[in-house]
Design a binder for this molecule. Structure first.
Ligand SMILES: [Zn+2]
Length: 331
């Protein structure tokens, strides 16, 4: 059964990131560029025993987003004397030590860290972290879907902690201050609720290990994009090799597509996809793929079955991948 301090010799590392972006000219390979890594190491009693705090000099987005500047108090001058991402990240990995269990507040930081590591071609030794916000929602607010921001959660628990600003290392310390309350709430759970929590955490870890792909397409219409077999191909999230479709991409409503693919070596993968329009008029494709469990495979197959027996006029959206490909071949 899950507990925060389980696992005999693991260090608990609570970390937080600040990142910058450009709304005018985003690079799709790295839409969010990390400008600060902050973390603290906590012992078995959740006391902070060490901290890590480093600023990173941005390569892509050198102008600091106004909102980020205001919330964090970070300045462009401060960034200009920061370290290179690859150096700071290597120092962070070394500081964490082997066998570290990472903890974050919320599910956003890890995918951003993965993408930055990939962009700068750095090794990524970490497994997905434990999302303390999710566990807090599940055990203290009654549902894992309750997403409370960190400062509201501290207030909810009556925890007062003085931090000078919304900077990564301070947010990590605030998250660490939540851990004793979360841990005792977990210990007090009934057995069936605890089993539910285990299942939710396992699912979140699969999602956190997702492969994300955002790329501009050469298409104007979703129908054209769906008929583009190279673009629609799903790479296995475990080995990166080409998969076969079990259930082709179809619109599950409101132009959010889903699919199930199969890798002979790693089993089923669950794909989610939507499109956004760039200012040029072309579509940008956003895809998320992660390894699927049996229930997810059965669920998507059932949705697709229902989709196919719904008359096209009554469908929320017109096309699925198979129809788009067929139509494209006829033309
Ligand atoms: Zn595979």
């Amino acid at each position: 059964m899950f507990s925060l301090a389980s696992g005999a010799c693991r260090h608990l590392i609570v970390f937080d990131l600040e990142w910058n972006q450009s709304s005018y000219n985003p690079n799709h390979r790295m839409p969010h560029e990390i400008i600060e890594i902050g973390a603290c190491r906590v012992d078995r009693d959740f006391q902070v025993v060490d901290t890590f705090s480093r600023v990173i000099r941005p390569r892509l987005y050198k102008r600091l987003d106004k909102h980020i500047k205001k919330v964090t108090g970070i300045t462009e001058e401060e960034l200009s004397i920061g370290g290179e991402f690859s150096d700071v990240f290597a120092d962070f990995i070394a500081w964490c030590g082997e066998d570290a269990q990472l903890i974050t507040w919320g599910r956003d930081d890890f995918p951003v860290l993965k993408r930055n590591a990939a962009f700068f071609q750095c090794p990524m030794p970490f497994e997905p972290p434990l999302d303390a916000q999710l566990v807090f929602g599940g055990v203290c607010l009654g549902s894992c879907h309750q997403q409370m921001n960190l400062h509201a959660a501290l207030e909810h628990q009556g925890i007062e902690i003085e931090v000078p600003a919304h900077r990564a290392v301070y947010d990590a310390q605030c998250t660490a201050a939540m851990l004793p309350a979360i841990d005792s709430a977990i210990a007090a759970l009934e057995e069936d609720r605890r089993a539910q929590l285990d299942a939710t955490i396992a699912r979140e870890k699969r999602i956190a290990a997702s492969v994300l792909k955002s790329m501009p397409t050469r298409h104007t219409y979703q129908t054209e994009a769906l008929a583009d077999e190279g673009l629609m191909n799903i790479a296995c999230p475990s080995c990166g090799r080409r998969t076969a479709f079990d259930t082709p991409w179809f619109d599950s409503g409101r132009e959010k597509y889903m699919a199930i693919a199969h890798c002979p070596a790693h089993g089923f993968a669950y794909g989610q996809m939507h499109f956004k329009r760039a200012s040029s008029g072309l579509l940008i494709m956003h895809q998320r793929v992660y390894s699927a469990c049996e229930e997810e495979v059965a669920d998507v197959r059932e949705r697709y079955r229902l989709y196919l027996i719904t008359p096209p006029r009554k469908r929320h959206h017109r096309l699925n991948m198979e129809e788009a490909v067929r139509k494209n071949r006829q033309e």
